[in-house]
Design a protein around this ligand. Structure first.
Ligand code: C2E
Ligand code: MG
Ligand code: MG
Ligand code: MG
Length: 285
């Protein structure tokens, strides 16, 4: 009957939900363990100065290779870490790992060759951790200047608690740490943040670069954003540069900093270290 069929469906649904909850729970436990055991890795994606084509800095991106599942995308484990609170320890781990790496690059290549590293910070970290103290303690521990670290946070992270986050960012900037607004343009009220928020850098989300065509509406908007950012004294970084056409358009629009697969994928620490020697492998002949 329809009633039994309905009941059976409900049973299947319950079982399926239960199974999914359980596998999420497993993944959460394993992620927590991976953070504790230092089983994660940071990869470093070059950020390039379009004027000089020199290395400007790196963005640190967390990588997790699970023993059975293999590579797990941050698009999967970062939201999980945020939902479960693991992001607090993961975020601390990322900051320590980046600072320790900078220390070792300074020791190997010298202070003048070392470039700043951007670390992504989740809105949940601001809610559940003293991010300013965490950064101060970590840079002190590794004896690096605040100028060597930049944090990236998204508009949605700011939205969660604008007043408090603004205060914390002010604290963080006193350390010499610069603040980048990540995925710019994908949230709300961007214009509002642009003049109110203690930020130094704007990162244009790669979804916009993908839709960019010479002379289209988006092209006009990004031209305006580039001018606006320049006149406000903010640096602008365009993310997701995948080909030479993108590069040409961004150059025409006066963008100074770029990041994307056209130049380099995020690299393991060893390969990122090799770039300090001053060679610029992304210049294609
Ligand atoms: P995001 O901060 O916007 O980082 C840029 C993402 O774009 C990275 O993805 C990078 O690999 C990818 N990307 C860079 N250039 C290109 C390109 O030319 N084409 C394409 N298709 N993609 C490009 P990834 O590493 O998968 O990270 C995804 C997101 O996960 C990051 O976006 C960030 O929001 C988050 N995430 C990664 N690591 C961390 C972390 O340690 N802490 C926090 N809170 N979030 C992190
Ligand atoms: Mg980022
Ligand atoms: Mg981004
Ligand atoms: Mg993004």
């Amino acid at each position: 009957s329809a009633k039994t069929a309905g009941k059976a469906r409900t049973e299947i649904y319950k079982r399926e939900t239960h199974r999914r909850a359980q596998s999420q729970f497993h993944l959460e436990t394993e992620l927590r363990r991976a953070v504790e055991r230092d089983d994660l890795e940071l990869h470093y994606q070059p950020i390039i100065d379009l004027k000089t084509m020199k290395l400007k800095g790196f963005e640190a991106l967390t990588r997790w290779v699970h023993k059975d599942k293999g590579f797990v995308s941050p698009a999967e484990f970062i939201p999980l870490a945020e939902e479960t609170g693991v992001i607090v320890d993961l975020g601390r781990w990322a900051m320590r790992t980046a600072c320790s790496q900078i220390r070792s690059w300074i020791d190997t290549y010298g202070e003048e060759k070392a470039v700043p590293v951007n670390v992504n910070v989740s809105g949940i970290q601001f809610a559940r951790d003293d991010v300013a103290a965490m950064i101060r303690e970590t840079i002190e521990e590794f004896g690096i200047r605040g100028e060597m670290i930049r944090i990236e946070l998204t508009e949605s992270a700011i939205m969660a608690n604008p007043t408090r986050i603004s205060e914390v960012l002010t604290e963080i900037r006193k350390l010499g740490v610069k603040v980048a607004l990540d995925d710019f343009g994908t949230g709300y009220s961007s214009l509002n943040y642009l003049h109110q928020f203690p930020i130094d850098i704007i990162k244009i989300d790669r979804s916009f670069i993908a839709q960019l065509r010479k002379g289209n509406e988006l092209y006009k908007i990004l031209t305006m954003i580039s001018q606006l950012a320049n006149s406000l004294g903010h640096e602008v970084v365009a993310e997701g540069i995948e080909d030479i056409e993108h590069q040409g358009m961004l150059r025409d629009m006066n963008f100074q900093f770029v990041q994307g697969f056209y130049y380099s994928k995020p690299l393991p620490a060893k390969d990122a270290g090799d770039l300090h020697s001053g060679n610029v492998p992304w210049i294609k002949s």
